[in-house]
Structures are given as C-alpha cells and as structure tokens.
Design a protein around this ligand. Structure first.
Ligand SMILES: NC(=O)c1ccc[n+]([C@@H]2O[C@H](COP(=O)([O-])OP(=O)(O)OC[C@H]3O[C@@H](n4cnc5c(N)ncnc54)[C@H](OP(=O)(O)O)[C@@H]3O)[C@@H](O)[C@H]2O)c1
Length: 253
C-alpha cells in the first residue's frame, strides 16, 4: 500500500514521521511519499527517514497513491486537489486533515494533533454516511498507529478539534504557566519545565489508572486547611475553570 501526504509541514510532517516509525517498528507495512512546496521540510524528513520518498511534484506523488492525505493549509486544499484530481486512482482514498474545508474529492475528514509524530496523538475521524464503515475503519486503523482515535459526528469533531487539535497548545500554555511560577520561586526554567511535565504525566497516569473523576483525585491531595486548597481556591478566584471553557469554545464555528 502507498500512502502519499501532500504537504509536509507541522501536521503533514508529523503524520509522515509517525507512520514511518510504525513501519520501522513493523507495526505496519506500507510505502510513504510526501510532498511540499519547497525542499526545506522535505530535506529534514529525508535526513531522518531516508526510506520516505520526498518530492515537490504533487502529480507524480499522487498517481500511485492508495491513500492520499491532503495536509496543506485550508485555503490551498481546493487548488492542490484540482491539480492532482485527474491522476487519483479510482480506488484511492482521499483523506483531509484540514479544519473546516469541504471538497467533493475528499472521502474521509480527519483531525489529528501533532503528537501523532510520537504515537500519542488524539485523532478524530468524521463519520460520513456516504462512505462505508469499512473505509472509515481502514482510515481509523492507520491513525491508531499514531495514538488514540475516535470516530465522531461533525459536532463532536469540532469539539474534539478544540480539545485536542488546538487543546495541545492550551496544555502547553499550562506547562509554561507552571514554569513561570517555578522560576519566580527560584527554580531554573528547565528544572521547572521538567517538574511541570512530569507532574502533568503523573496526573494523567493517576486518572487513567484509577478511572477517577478529576475532582475525586483532587480530594486525595487536598488536606483540610492545607496548601493545595489555598492554590485551588486562588485558581477559582482567578476564574481558571471559566477561562478554560471560554478558551475551548472560542474557536467553535
Ligand atoms: N498544525 C496543527 O497542529 C494541525 C492540527 C490539525 C490539523 N491541521 C491542518 O493541517 C494542515 C496543514 O497545517 P500545518 O500546520 O501543517 O501547516 P504548515 O506547517 O504551514 O505546512 C504546510 C505544508 O504544505 C506545503 N505546501 C504548501 N503549498 C503546497 C503545494 N502547492 N503542494 C504541496 N505542499 C504544499 C508546505 O510546503 P513547505 O514545507 O515548502 O512550506 C508545508 O510543507 C492545515 O489544513 C491545518 O488545518 C494542523
């Protein structure tokens, strides 16, 4: 099977690298081709993943594709598809990662996040009544090589995009905020970053392994009259919960 990714920037590049690792780890067996406007990103991919075929010719890259992933900026999707549509094989599945762009040539709409590069992505695949369950599942299997996958309807897709696609940036902002606090208390930035990241990983691990609601887990670390509740109440006074909700809803259509 041949996977071609048109566009090898932040998202396309992360997908290519994630799939290349899956092939190296023998979790999958397919050939990967990727394209870009210029050589810059392609050269970086080629250096680390020489087995990936890279080129700037979208038509040549498309003609043998069994799966064609369109990963260019949303405003370029129609133009790029128009230039390659004549050479798309009838059996080829066209997959989009572009937020809110519809094109009749696209079979399956997906929304990954950049953690797919490291096998910890959170990806959404839009359920589409005009496409078979087998096809949706085929794309889901590809994305499962790169992390978690949910098959969702359009409304959930938008919410999922805000929580995961954009949300990964909001989580990183939380890491930065913890770093700022740590530095003010006398930690070196890199030390504060390491502590913040490990604490975040610890929180996720506790929630995953216990299945607890976050508030139940918070109760476990909150002593009456202790330090934790003082900080939690400061977060409430500052409107943390509300700020996060507003942040997530800000990009909804
Ligand atoms: N970034 C994310 O976290 C994220 C998450 C989910 C979905 N997406 C979606 O992914 C898509 C790409 O976003 P991005 O952040 O990866 O953008 P990006 O970093 O700017 O990458 C865009 C890529 O498209 C290439 N390109 C431009 N014109 C092209 C053409 N005519 N033919 C082939 N390739 C062309 C660029 O080439 P050069 O390398 O030469 O510049 C670059 O490799 C968008 O639709 C976005 O909505 C992004």
């Amino acid at each position: 099977m041949n996977i071609t990714v048109l566009g090898s920037g932040n998202m396309g590049g992360a997908l290519v690298k994630g799939w290349a690792k899956a092939v190296r780890n023998k979790q999958a067996d397919f050939s990967i081709t990727c394209t870009a406007k210029t050589q810059n990103n392609l050269d970086k991919i080629k250096t680390d993943y020489p087995e990936v075929t890279t080129m700037t010719d979208n038509v040549l890259a498309t003609c043998n594709a069994d799966i064609l992933v369109v990963a260019v900026k949303p405003w370029l999707v129609d133009e790029v598809i128009k230039k390659v549509e004549k050479v798309i094989k009838p059996t080829c599945l066209v997959v989009s990662v572009a937020a809110s762009v519809e094109n009749p040539k696209i079979d399956v709409y997906t929304m990954p996040n950049i953690a797919v590069e490291f096998g910890e992505g959170m990806s959404f695949i839009k359920n589409n009544e005009s496409i078979s369950v087998e096809t949706i599942n085929k794309v889901a299997e590809l994305y499962k090589l790169l992390g978690k996958v949910m098959i969702v309807d359009e409304k959930q897709m938008n919410a999922g995009n805000m929580l995961a696609g954009c949300g990964i940036a909001y989580v990183m902002r939380m890491v930065r905020a913890m770093m700022s606090g740590g530095v003010e208390m006398g930690l070196y930035p890199n030390v504060a970053k390491e502590i913040a990241m490990q604490t975040m990983l610890g929180a996720v691990t506790v929630l995953e392994n216990t299945g607890l609601h976050p508030e139940q887990a918070i109760d476990k670390v909150t002593t009456a009259g202790g330090l934790t509740i003082k900080g939690l109440n400061e977060l409430d006074h500052a409107g943390f919960n509300s700020a996060v909700i507003r942040c997530l809803k800000a990009g909804l259509k």
